[in-house]
Design a protein around this ligand. Structure first.
Ligand SMILES: *[C@@H]1O[C@H](CO)[C@@H](O)[C@H](O)[C@H]1NC(C)=O
Length: 403
């Protein structure tokens, strides 16, 4: 063998070693997922290096993918798409062209991306909203809320809340020909977090007379106090959303100060005085047995009180909707929760479904055993996964029957 061939072989093996990540056995199209995951991981590594060298904030480099996927608002023969603002918050609006005078359903959609990334205008979200609007003959309002690290909590929450409050007025719904009893709120991942938080606040806001018919929470992030749940342990290094990235998203939502991030990584950010909050996320009570397998419940460690004092946002239910009493959950609308088995956020969604049920809220829980976090993003080229298309299809089917 010539030395060139040897170099080539070594380079190839190193490349293969870098690209390869273990994928759960039951996931379809494993090689596609390995390549998508390698692309995401590479971007993560480049962002981390740029940050270490002081060139840019980690999220500013990560955001490149969002910018690359920017899609201009483009109408077609079925849906009119426009960018506009609701009470100064930018939204992308999808209005179906069919039966212009019939009363329509409506969806407020909130994209994911860890409060730092993503956009309503991103190819995959734009495609999903257009598809939903056409398939359901519904008005879709996709919110372009402001992102961290430039803006921290509660800006993201408030942008979405402002849009919801504006839209849920008789005069506005009338303008768009929307039936007031058929409006729902939907979000995935960090968008699911914002949807759940907004739905709770809308329910108790006396100034908002029209309430949501449904909330759809797609692999949502719902709690900030325990990052050692079984799903966090089992999926520590799963493709798309490893634990380190999820914890970084959480800390970045509240502050760019990395000391909160470090405390969250070791689960030492909640002081002993607040240990009563752990009952809201006690997986020993709220997880069905099949998800507890191989885990033994231990009360979480306590940390220094400085974080809760400096960044009280992380204990605010508008950021962590699971940290409320059952009385606050009672009366929430029909809830459709989608969770993925191979996802650090799996148990957030499952436990919220259990808690809502206990509080008397009608809940439909759809658990996908063979999917990873973020599956719904992979419905447009070059990143298409059949698990994503299946999930999008199921979700739209369910909404078309229930909204
Ligand atoms: C969690 O639930 C278990 C079982 O019900 C209980 O023994 C434990 O004290 C609870 N811990 C907290 C912090 O709520």
């Amino acid at each position: 063998m010539g030395s060139k061939a040897l170099y080539f072989l070594i380079a190839f093996l190193l490349f293969a070693y870098y690209i390869y990540s273990p994928i759960p056995e039951n996931v379809e199209e494993p090689w596609k997922l390995i390549f998508i995951s390698a692309a995401f991981r590479t971007l993560g590594h480049v962002s981390a290096i740029a940050e270490k060298l002081g060139f840019a904030h980690f999220m500013d480099i990560m955001l490149i993918l969002t910018h690359m996927e920017y899609t201009a608002p483009t109408s077609d023969e079925k849906v009119t798409v426009t960018d506009t603002t609701f009470d100064s918050v930018p939204v992308r609006l999808y209005i179906p062209k069919k039966d212009p005078h019939s009363l329509k359903k409506a969806i407020i959609f909130i994209h994911g991306g860890g409060w730092c990334l993503g956009a309503a205008a991103m190819g995959s979200y734009d495609y999903l909203s257009r598809w939903t609007s056409e398939r359901l003959n519904a008005v879709v309002v996709s919110v372009e809320y402001r992102l961290a690290p430039k803006y921290h909590f509660p800006v993201q929450f408030e942008d979405v809340y402002t849009v919801a409050k504006h839209f849920l007025q008789d005069s506005v719904l009338e303008q768009y020909n929307v039936e007031p009893s058929r409006v729902c709120i939907v979000g995935d991942s960090a968008g699911g977090n914002l949807a759940a938080a907004v739905a709770q606040q809308v329910l108790h806001d006396p100034d908002i007379k029209i309430k949501f018919k449904i909330q759809v929470l797609i692999y949502p992030a719902l709690q900030t106090i325990d990052f050692t749940l079984p799903s966090y342990q089992d999926n520590d290094n799963m493709p798309i959303l490893p634990k380190s990235l999820m914890v970084r998203f959480w800390s970045e939502y509240f502050t760019t100060d990395l000391s909160l991030n470090k405390a969250m990584e070791t689960n030492k950010h909640v002081p002993a005085e607040l240990s009563h909050l752990f009952k809201f996320v006690n997986w020993s009570n709220w997880l069905p047995d099949r998800f507890k397998k191989g885990h033994v419940y231990a009360s979480p460690a306590h940390g220094s009180p400085e974080f809760a004092q400096k960044y009280p946002g992380f204990l605010d239910p508008r950021a962590a909707p699971m940290l409320v009493d059952d009385t606050k959950l009672h009366g929430l609308p029909l809830t459709y929760v989608i969770t993925c088995q191979h996802d650090v956020l799996r148990d957030d969604g499952i436990m919220y479904a259990s808690r809502l049920r206990e509080a008397g809220v009608p809940v439909i829980h759809d658990h996908a055993d063979d999917t990873v976090h973020g599956a719904l993003l992979f419905i447009t080229s070059p990143f298409i996964l059949s698990m994503g298309q299946r999930m999008a299809n199921n979700y739209i089917e369910w909404l078309s029957k229930n909204l």
